[in-house]
Each structure stands twice: as structure tokens, then as C-alpha cells.
Ligand binder design. Structure first.
Ligand SMILES: [Zn+2]
Length: 434
């Protein structure tokens, strides 16, 4: 059979459960999917990419961000959380968030993520139709939800309106191969139990993910305890919305009991270490959660609190953070860290049958990393060197659904000069206040 595209001479890390590798491997791609993979396969193809011994990996997965917040990158940083939110972020969002703001901001985010090897991301923001338009133009994959809150947002005056708009959004994109709609109640301190229950009902009815910020700060834990006499995870369980559809961002302060509860209910986590450090939220007990059997993936959070969308950098931070914090150098090893950004990321999104590993039949979301760099060589172990030495800028080629979207470190689907203009335009607007 003839393939559409063949990658040859790759040092392939499939990232499957057995960490299968092909040291001089080939991948044949047809109709956007992996047709065959291995060392001794031979296919004719319309196009052949010679990986030249470089490392070939599944596309990276960012399981929590607010993409359009690229337009607020660095804005008001280094202030106390309350000041940062109340004096910087929220006033700008109230004034400026619109279809145009979200589209322009997400274009910038998509450029940055493609350049960094991210092929799928999860977004929670407003005007998700603008995010979907940006994602489709960039030729990426994304799991998208509108943030639902009990007070008026840029997209909805009430939580019920947010839920209704989410239903429409789900219906519009339910069959898409690129956009995976989901429902996004913002957090237990911004959503009443009724809002959370209605949101879970939609998740069940339409078979989608339930994405929420959960147990991010000590302040949140205390607030939920005061209001509901339960810690955040327990609270969700008490009101009947803790199950395997939940993708919880942050999870910095779970109790021991909550860790076991989440493992039992198959809750998925998006660990956002750099945001947690920058906002001084604390350090999530990731090794304990993994040991308990919880699926832990990795997210950048928005660029206003990170301040980049660099998943390789994020797993490098995670791998070192938990060793240092726990004074134990064997915790979160390189294979585990890289799994968080690939296989475990796919599981967190319930897309493990489609993406996250390089296996026959899965979508051809593939990246090639240029390892012939002085800061990577000599390469004793590709997992270790990818996590501790490689930079996101070493990503040379990105293929999504069998189509080349980054080649020779150049993003092909987004015009760099155009998005730089947009970034400058929004900076002027935000500074002038109109
Ligand atoms: Zn967030």
C-alpha cells in the first residue's frame, strides 16, 4: 500500500506503556493516521521526511491553558495574587475580551505551542468559537470549553446562559476530528453546587470532559471548608460530580483521603507547576498522586501566570521540583515526566485511543526533535536528555493529523509577522485603556 507520508531514519520513542523504541525506525502515514511503524517497514509515499537520526516523539499535550491570555503575558506580574487579579487581569478582561481579543491571543498561543511541539491543548476561556477558529486555521487539535461562573462573564450573563452556550458549542463540534468540545465550570468557589451539577449533567448527556480548577490554593480550601464543611475534592464528591470525566487543573492541596478518593473515582489531574510556583500557590503532591494510581498530565496554565506555553520546559520543571521538594532524586524520573506530556496527557483527555503514543491506527500527531545540538550531545539516554537538556526550540518538525505544520523550525500555518503586529496592537490598546 502507498502511504501519504513516510518518516524514515528516526530514533522513535513511541511512549507506549512498554516504552517501545525503534532506534532506526520508520513511520508510514495515511489519511492522517499511522499506517505502520517499525524498523523494517518499507512504503512508497508522496513525501518522505528523513529524520536523520533525530528523536521522533508523539506530539506533546498541554492539558490546561487559557490561550488568549498571551495578550496579558507578564502583565502585572510579581504582585500579590489579589492585587494582580483585581488591579490588572480582571479589569483588562472586563474591558477587552471579545471575539477579536480571543482570536488574536489564541493565534499567538497556537504559534508558540506549534513551535514548541504541542499538537493538542486544553483551553478554558471565553468566546470559544474564536479559539476554535484559531485552532482550525493553525491545523492543531484542542479540547475547548467556555469558563462558566456564577457571575457575569464576557460570554454569558448567567451560569445558565454559559451552560446553554456550551451545549450549542458541543453540538457544533461534536463530530470534529480537531476540536473536542467540553464543559468548563471554572471552580468550586465561583460555581454553586447547582451550577456544578448542571454542568456534570451536560458532560454525561453529551459524553464530554468536565474541566475545572480544583484545590489550587490554601485560600480556596479554607473558603470551601467554610461554605460547605468539606475540602474541595470531597465537596465535589458530596454533590455527586466527582467521576472519571473530571479533569482537575492544579490539585495543589488535596488531603491524603482526597488522593485516594480521586484514584477510586478515576479523576484526572493537570499539574501546572510553573503557574503554582509563580503565583505562590504551593507544590502539588504529584509523586503521591501517581503512586495512588491517578492519571497526572501536565499543563502550562495561561501565559499571564507562567509566562510561556513551553511543555518541555514544564516537564523539566516538574521533574526537578518534586525531587528537590521531597529530597529524593529518584522521584518523577524522565520517562514518567515525558509520559505526562504524551501518553498520560491523552488519558487525561479520554483521547488515549486517538493520540498520545505512536502506534498503528492512532492519529499521526508526531514531532521530530533536533538532537544534533551541542547542548544535547553526547546523548546517553534520549528520555533524560529530552527532559533535562533539550529546549522547546529544538523541535524541528511538527506533524498533526498527517500534515506538516512546522518544518525546519518554521511554523507553516501561522504568519509570524502578522501575530507580532497583533501583539503590539493589543499592548497599545491595553496601556491606553481603550
Ligand atoms: Zn487556569
Amino acid at each position: 500500500m502507498k502511504a501519504d507520508l513516510v518518516i524514515k531514519n528516526g530514533y522513535i520513542l513511541t511512549m507506549d506503556e512498554n516504552f517501545t523504541e525503534y532506534k532506526n525506525g520508520n513511520i508510514a502515514i495515511k489519511d492522517g493516521k499511522i499506517l505502520d511503524i517499525g524498523e523494517n517497514i518499507n512504503y512508497e509515499a508522496d513525501e518522505i521526511i528523513d529524520a536523520g537520526g533525530n528523536v521522533v516523539l508523539p506530539g506533546l499535550i498541554n492539558t490546561h491553558t487559557h490561550a488568549a491570555m498571551t495578550l496579558l503575558r507578564g502583565y502585572g506580574s510579581d504582585n500579590p495574587l489579589k492585587v494582580w487579579l483585581e488591579q490588572y487581569i480582571w479589569p483588562v478582561e472586563r474591558k477587552f475580551v471579545s471575539y477579536e481579543f480571543v482570536k488574536d491571543g489564541t493565534d499567538i498561543a497556537c504559534y508558540e505551542m506549534l513551535r514548541n511541539g504541542v499538537t493538542t491543548f486544553v483551553d478554558m476561556y471565553f468566546y470559544e468559537n474564536a479559539v476554535a477558529d484559531a485552532v482550525l486555521q493553525a491545523k492543531m487539535r484542542a479540547v475547548l470549553c467556555t469558563g462558566i461562573l456564577d457571575f457575569p462573564t464576557p460570554g454569558a450573563k448567567t451560569p445558565d446562559e454559559g451552560i446553554e452556550k456550551t451545549k450549542d458549542f458541543i453540538k457544533e463540534y461534536k463530530e470534529s476530528r480537531y476540536i473536542y468540545p467540553c464543559i468548563g465550570p471554572h471552580a468550586p468557589y465561583t460555581c454553586s453546587p447547582q451550577t456544578l451539577q448542571k454542568a456534570m449533567q451536560v458532560a454525561e448527556d453529551y459524553d464530554v470532559l468536565f474541566h475545572i480548577h480544583l484545590s489550587e490554593t490554601e485560600h480556596e480550601v479554607q473558603d470551601i471548608l467554610n461554605r460547605y464543611n468539606a475540602t474541595p475534592v470531597k465537596h465535589l464528591d458530596n454533590i455527586g460530580v466527582l467521576n472519571d470525566r473530571v479533569l482537575a487543573a492544579h490539585m495543589v492541596h488535596p488531603t491524603e483521603e482526597e488522593i485516594y478518593l480521586m484514584a477510586e473515582k478515576k479523576v484526572k489531574i493537570s499539574h501546572c507547576p510553573e503557574s503554582n510556583l509563580k503565583l505562590a500557590s504551593g507544590i502539588a503532591p504529584v509523586p503521591k498522586m501517581i503512586e495512588a494510581g491517578i492519571t497526572v498530565s501536565i499543563g502550562t496554565d495561561g501565559t499571564a501566570s507562567n509566562d510561556d506555553l513551553d511543555i518541555l520546559g514544564e516537564i523539566s520543571t516538574a521533574a526537578k521540583l518534586h525531587k528537590g521538594y521531597n529530597k529524593n532524586p529518584v522521584l518523577l524520573n524522565a520517562k514518567q515526566a515525558l509520559s505526562m506530556a504524551t501518553r498520560e496527557g491523552a488519558k487525561a483527555l479520554r483521547l488515549q485511543d486517538k493520540i498520545g503514543t505512536l502506534e498503528k491506527g492512532k492519529y499521526a500527531d508526531i514531532i521530530i526533535i533536533d538532537i544534533n545540538q551541542p547542548h544535547i550531545q553526547p546523548m546517553f539516554d534520549p528520555y533524560i536528555q529530552l527532559v533535562y537538556s533539550a529546549k522547546s526550540t529544538d523541535v524541528d518538525t511538527v506533524i498533526i493529523d498527517g500534515k506538516i505544520v512546522v518544518r525546519n523550525k518554521e511554523v507553516l500555518t501561522i504568519d509570524k509577522s502578522e501575530i507580532l503586529q497583533k501583539a503590539k496592537k493589543w499592548k497599545e490598546k491595553i496601556i491606553c485603556g481603550n
